[in-house]
Design a protein. Structure first.
Length: 410
């Protein structure tokens, strides 16, 4: 068999697994006949699908390939290993948090001590005005930058337009490039990018909880430019499409969410915010454009920028809460209390985040650890803050390649 034949088997396997887990297939834009077959009749039994994953993986690993096929084979092997692990979990195998993260995303998440979080909270205490606990002062500060509901769309559209403009200076996007926004409720996530294929995405923004103005730019860049939308569009353009535009690699017509690809996708989407809006440039855009559009006081922008730096550290509280909760060391109430204390979420926000963890489990590492690892790799390739053009070049190369975490030495 050839890699093309194994790739087709892999795509059909992922679609079949999607019958057992509605969250598994994040995007598909391959042959509709394959999707129709996968959705017809009774779902294939989990043991049969697991055996299929192992069979394809073993055959690909044992194959003799041309030198220029090594990267493609490594991608397939990494994705197949994760599919097999996810199938084992669906069959009832209980992974520890760390083992699951390694099996699905190719990294073993390090632990972050409570002392690290306490130190970040102490630094925040020096930044935030007023009296009372850091949590109380943080929430009061955040309330001052909540975007009024009737201005949310205007703020988002401005953030998306600027993020798109900056990205297009460095990445050649499909001529069909299009990105639209919908507002929803009743979701466990704050926003989601649904890639439709052919350079088109729909982002859904959850309005259940108030949106602070910094989240507007975060979501525009993370879900859109140069984040998920661009990542999917470039992979489709370079690999999924047939010649002459692409290589016709069928494995890139499907995106299984619980796979190593997600650490790259989420890590680059988070780091891409900083690539597109480095340091003072972000502050200036938020202060001079987004704050006025939202009807908020621009004077709040500078202080909030300093707060955001410490929130990067506190983001790792999600991993520790998820580890303790999923491994049975924290009950639901204790996990929510941990998130309130160390991630500065309100009780409602902590409950929402735990609902996310119920569904997506160790996936939480892909945001914070993924960003940290992607930043390290980009900087090791010379993409430092001091050389923004090189940073963009390395970043765009990463989001338009089939590299997985192990291929980056992460």
């Amino acid at each position: 068999m050839s890699l093309a034949e194994w790739a087709a088997d892999y795509v059909n396997l992922v679609l079949a697994v999607g019958r057992h887990d509605a969250n598994f297939v994040d995007a598909y834009y391959g042959p509709q006949a394959w999707k129709a077959v996968a959705e017809a009749g009774t779902p294939r039994p989990l043991p049969e699908l697991w055996a299929e994953a192992v069979r394809i993986q073993e055959e690909v690993a044992a194959s003799e390939l041309l030198p220029d096929e090594a990267l493609r084979r490594d991608y397939l092997l990494g994705q197949l290993g994760a599919v097999a692990a996810h199938l084992a979990r669906l069959e009832g195998h209980r992974f520890s948090f760390d083992d699951e993260a390694e099996a699905l995303y190719q990294v073993r998440p390090p632990r972050t001590s409570e002392a690290t979080f306490e130190a970040a909270l102490a630094r925040l205490g020096q930044i935030l005005e007023g009296s009372g606990s850091v949590q109380d002062r943080y929430q009061r500060a955040r309330e001052r930058i909540i975007v009024p509901t009737d201005r949310v769309d205007a703020v988002f559209q401005a953030a998306i337009a600027e993020a798109r403009k900056r990205t297009r200076r460095h990445a050649t996007l499909p001529t069909s490039d299009h990105f639209s926004v919908e507002y929803v409720r009743g979701k466990s996530w704050s926003a989601y990018n649904w890639y439709q294929g052919r350079g088109t995405s729909v982002i859904q923004v959850n309005l259940d909880l108030p949106i602070a103005i910094d989240r507007a730019l975060d979501l525009a860049a993370h879900e859109g430019y140069p984040g998920h939308h661009v990542y999917n569009a470039l992979l489709e353009q370079r690999f999924a499409q047939g010649p002459p535009e692409g290589r016709g690699w069928e494995e890139f017509t499907v995106y299984p969410l619980f796979s190593p690809q997600s650490l790259i996708a989420e890590g680059t989407a988070n780091f891409g915010i900083e690539v597109a809006f480095p340091g003072r440039e972000r502050l200036a855009f938020e202060r001079d454009v987004l704050f006025p559009l939202a009807g908020l006081a621009p004077a709040e922008a500078e202080r909030w920028a300093r707060v955001q730096a410490e929130l990067k550290v506190l983001a790792f509280a999600d991993n520790e809460a998820a580890r303790g909760y999923l491994d049975g060391h924290l009950d639901r109430a204790a996990a929510e209390a941990f998130l309130v204390k160390f991630s500065l979420r309100t009780e409602a926000q902590a409950a929402q985040r735990l609902r996310f963890i119920d569904t997506y489990r160790s996936y939480v590492i892909n945001y914070n650890l993924g960003e940290q690892l992607v930043r390290r790799w980009v900087e090791e390739q010379g993409g430092t803050v001091e050389d923004p053009d090189r940073r963009w070049a390395v970043f765009v190369d990463l989001i338009s390649s089939p590299r997985l975490p192990r291929g980056l030495g992460l």
